[in-house]
Design a binder for this molecule. Structure first.
Ligand SMILES: *[C@@H]1O[C@H](CO)[C@@H](O)[C@H](O)[C@H]1NC(C)=O
Length: 285
């Protein structure tokens, strides 16, 4: 049964074991939901699930051997372990090259203009999986040192956005004392590169072993945009992208419910089927 607010690109409300009959295409003539975003974020989540099965399979033994042999070649891990520096940019823009991860953490903290204007560092700090490269993430997740440096990078970016990691174990975030200036910067443009960066950061946290950090950050942004009314320029990205980067399905549902509760006008909420959100039908997770 499909109502007109269901989205073929969003499995958030599907039951895990329900029959996988191909879904009918639904045309969203009136819907303001960004279908490109829904599809993109769903692909991101599903590729990871597919990979998990692959890793769990017999191949994992072979993969592990290959990984050990070629460890040095996984440049993102090698970068985070401090074995390599970022390589020169091929652009003429102010660049991020030949930087060691620890130097970066020391020298770039609080350098807000640089963090705003330079573009290339974000790919180094928050690598995301591209199709076909799998094993790096798998290895990264096991490496405590790399992971703690990733947390450092995360804190540095939060500071740049006027946020503060309040609890390192839960991932709870709150506004930093100097949040106003930073929120003003975030709010300058509707589709700014910072929205893209935050989506990337969320994907990376999910992939590299900090999955539990995803929901608290998204919850924070939902609260700031929908409840308090700050960061209006981020609102569309929070709903279309940030929320759907969260890999844990029950957390994702909680976030969509929270968004529905605070979104005004509620009739125009297009990020989940209203029959679940209004509590008419209980979805099983
Ligand atoms: C972080 O959260 C955990 C779990 O709620 C709690 O036990 C711990 O005291 C918190 N730590 C800080 C620094 O607030």
């Amino acid at each position: 049964m499909e109502s007109d607010d269901e989205c073929e690109y969003d499995s958030t409300w599907e039951h895990k074991y329900e029959n996988k009959t191909p879904r009918k295409k639904v045309f969203h003539k009136w819907s303001r939901r960004n279908m490109y975003a829904a599809r993109h974020m769903q692909d991101f989540r599903h590729i990871l699930i597919w990979r998990r099965y692959l890793i769990m399979g017999l191949c994992s033994v072979i993969i592990n051997v290959v990984v050990v042999v070629f460890k040095g070649r996984f440049y993102n891990l090698a970068f985070y372990c401090g074995r390599i520096k970022s390589s020169p940019d091929d652009t003429a823009l102010p660049s991020f090259c030949n930087v060691h991860i620890d130097e970066f953490h020391q020298q770039w903290w609080g350098e807000y203009e640089r963090l705003e204007d330079v573009h290339s560092y974000i790919q180094w700090l928050f690598p995301i999986q591209e199709p076909g490269v799998n094993w790096r993430a798998h290895l990264f997740r096991k490496d405590k040192q790399a992971k703690s440096k990733l947390v450092k990078s995360y804190k540095l970016m939060l500071d740049f956005y006027g946020l503060h990691l309040a609890n390192e174990s839960t991932g709870e975030v709150e506004r930093a004392p100097n949040w106003k200036d930073h929120f003003r910067n975030l709010n300058r443009f509707v589709y700014s590169h910072n929205n893209l960066r935050i989506t990337r950061i969320l994907k990376c946290l999910g992939t590299l072993g900090l999955k539990h950090y995803q929901a608290p950050l998204v919850k924070f942004f939902l609260h700031e945009t929908l409840v308090v009314g700050h960061l209006q320029s981020l609102k569309q990205s929070v709903l279309d992208y940030f929320m759907f980067a969260v890999l844990d399905k029950s957390e994702r549902r909680e976030l969509v419910r929270f968004a529905f509760k605070h979104f005004k006008p509620q009739e125009q909420f297009v990020w989940g089927p209203k029959k679940f959100l209004s509590g008419e039908v209980h979805s099983k997770s």
